[in-house]
Design a protein around this ligand. Sequence first.
Ligand SMILES: Cc1ncc(C[n+]2csc(CCOP(=O)(O)OP(=O)(O)O)c2C)c(N)n1
Ligand SMILES: [Mg+2]
Length: 534
Amino acid sequence: MTTVGEALVRGLAERGVDTVFGIPGVHTLELYRGLAGSGMRHVTPRHEQGGALAADGYGRVAGRPGVCFTISGPGLTNALTPLAQARQDSTPLLVVSACVGREQRGRGLGVIHDLPDQLAVTKAIARLALSIDEPEALDDALAQAWDALEGRNGPRGPVHLQIPADVLALPAAPSRKEARPDDRAVPDAGAVERAAALIAAARRPAILLGGGARDAGAAAIALAERIGAPIGLSINAKGAIPSDHPLCVASRMMIAPAERLFCDADVVIAVGSQLSDLDWWARPGGFAPDGAVIRIDLDAAVLDANVPAAVGIVGDATAVLRAIEAALGPRAEEARPDAERAVADALASLRWPREISGHMPLVRALDGALPAERIVCVDSTQPGYAANHALDVEHPGSWLMPIGYGSLGTALPMAIGASLAAPGRPVLALAGDGGVVFTIQELATARDLGLALPLVVWDNGGYGEIRDAMDAGSVPVLGCDATTCDLPRVAEGFGCHGARAESLDHLGQLIADALAANAPTLITVDPATRGIDG
Ligand SMILES: Cc1ncc(C[n+]2csc(CCOP(=O)(O)OP(=O)(O)O)c2C)c(N)n1
Ligand SMILES: [Mg+2]
């Protein structure tokens, strides 16, 4: 007999899942019975927040769903922050949890791991939350989950599937393999024509890619080269096109004078981007372009987010970009602006704001220490904000900074997921001394896996960003000087390596050693490290 729990694991394997992050409990035994013979790798984090963040990191790098198993109640609520992060960034995180048995539902208090309404909690956060309340519901639930995770019939985003503990142990229903229609929106031909007409008449077009365009780099480059448009990358789109492409402004599009290429453009084509203030923080009021904005997104709700659209097109980024290019017709070559020159001039004369320039020595040291194939996982720490704009990656899904939700403690667990999704590629995590302790116990997970992972910690003795904000706002500094600990020794306690960088050259050497080690290495850098202030 196959139980529902075993059938669910088989359904995941059939969809290409090869790794599950999770902490088991008595409510999820049947899932683990299924995992045992499945050939899938199971990774045990030390807290479900770390497990779901690692799964999200896995999904962001692999470009296919990352999966986390939790028990009902506390296991699931521990995974809510990662679900929220994945929702904000539209990433493919699947959380599978148990819930209490059907006969125990609604009994009120006194049932272990119960909530008044568990699914209501995740419905408010995930893109899709479903309860598999009888064996016959399993196939359809998995199919719906994959539609949402892959953005096949609407916006992409995280999914929660729950199964009552008693249902997990029931015999599975015979599997019904029905072909699912591909409901991906076909771009509206009229809107494509209107966009093409605007672009054909433009003299200074520009393209902005967001996380939804992470895999549309080739189509964006083809259009950009045809019309002479600089390409800017949101933080979630870093790596969508190579940084040395002559039209690539990378994530420096909000830095003067590069911002003019976008703010003064007569047409901006924004693809898979919320045009969030988070990407445009250096400009008071965010991105407020003079020209018409053409917006392309899988999610119709994004078409007017932050900046209104002159033309909005719902659809897959690559498909719409190719359709627009096809609709352009012959465009007089002499009308094509010399965008390569404009990009080169702008990048040569960038005026980094103080928040970034102060961290450039550290950013340059990281740049020099990391091979081009790098994957970088960044927490909310001051040098991380600088690196968002000043450090490049060369492939999609290589910059893991949960900018949208901005929870502390993401870098280390995401780096674990990234390392497993891309074996052989160098992965580095960067965190602050405040953020790193939110999830520092995941060093044990990384140690279990023998990951060669440098975890660089900017150790400025507290919540620096908030301390500065209090100072700037004339608020007496309070609550920002939380004493942390001897972080390298803590790492050693987890069986990892630990070191303090004495100079930036030393940091480079420590990172090189860490990338060749058989365990993670926590490396602190602090304001007294030689060379840190230029
Ligand atoms: C879960 C969570 N709690 C609180 C915050 C607010 N917050 C944002 S940055 C920050 C300071 C983090 O300190 P640290 O990691 O040491 O980085 P630093 O600013 O010192 O570079 C805090 C507390 C947050 N982003 N996420
Ligand atoms: Mg700090």
